[in-house]
Write a protein that binds this ligand. Structure first.
Ligand SMILES: NC(=O)c1ccc[n+]([C@@H]2O[C@H](COP(=O)([O-])OP(=O)(O)OC[C@H]3O[C@@H](n4cnc5c(N)ncnc54)[C@H](OP(=O)(O)O)[C@@H]3O)[C@@H](O)[C@H]2O)c1
Length: 180
């Protein structure tokens, strides 16, 4: 079991445009059965952790999933805001990621903890030595500005690289990892 930051990115390292648009990402061609694809990844995930903007994006897009919260796994949202919880599986926390990680790891029952994003939250896990791997699918576009993939100096080891149709997929170990 590992703690993994798994995400799509523009070539120039942005997760979303400044106004949180992801159309540049979700419209690309990807093979659902191909390397490092979401479907295969998420089957091994036992718990999720995300920041407030990522959660807000998911809330805003609930109509696209028929109003249903899209994850069966327990999910922690790091925030100072008051949010609705569309599912009993969502809980809220703030401050240090250490306690959140401990709880998520326990809830994951031997499966991976997925750090969904954003980039600073992934950086908080890396800073605490709790991030094991980063998996990125790079879309063939540069955005020029937006929400950054990882706004920290972070030493990585390239473990794997593959093409999945429109995407360059890369898997890295975080040099200071050890989240288990
Ligand atoms: N390309 C992809 O595959 C992908 C993946 C993930 C996300 N995204 C998108 O990328 C964007 C990311 O937005 P973002 O950069 O703003 O990151 P974010 O992590 O989603 O949200 C950041 C906010 O989370 C809260 N937060 C973070 N750490 C916290 C902590 N330790 N304690 C309490 N609150 C904490 C803070 O908000 P408050 O203090 O206001 O609560 C902070 O401003 C979103 O649009 C998202 O939809 C894209």
């Amino acid at each position: 079991m590992a703690t993994i930051y798994y995400t799509g990115s523009s070539l120039d390292g942005f997760l979303a445009t400044p106004d949180h648009d992801l159309s540049w990402l979700v419209t690309r061609d990807i093979d659902p059965a191909g390397p490092m694809h979401y479907e295969g990844f998420v089957q091994g995930v036992g718990a999720l952790v995300m920041g407030a903007s990522t959660y807000q994006w998911l809330l805003d897009h609930l109509p696209e999933t028929g109003g249903e919260w899209p994850y069966r796994q327990p999910t922690w949202v790091l925030t100072h805001r008051d949010f609705p919880a569309p599912s009993g599986a969502v809980c809220f926390a703030q401050g240090s990621v250490v306690e959140v990680h401990r709880a998520a790891r326990e809830a994951a029952g031997g499966q991976h903890v997925w750090v969904v994003g954003g980039g600073d939250l992934a950086g908080q896990f890396a800073d605490a030595g709790l991030l094991d791997e980063i998996w990125v699918q790079f879309a063939p576009v540069a955005l020029g500005e937006g929400h950054p993939l990882l706004p920290r100096r972070t030493e990585l080891e390239l473990l794997e690289v593959a093409r999945n149709r429109d995407f360059v997929c890369a898997r890295y170990a975080v040099a200071t990892g050890g989240g288990g």
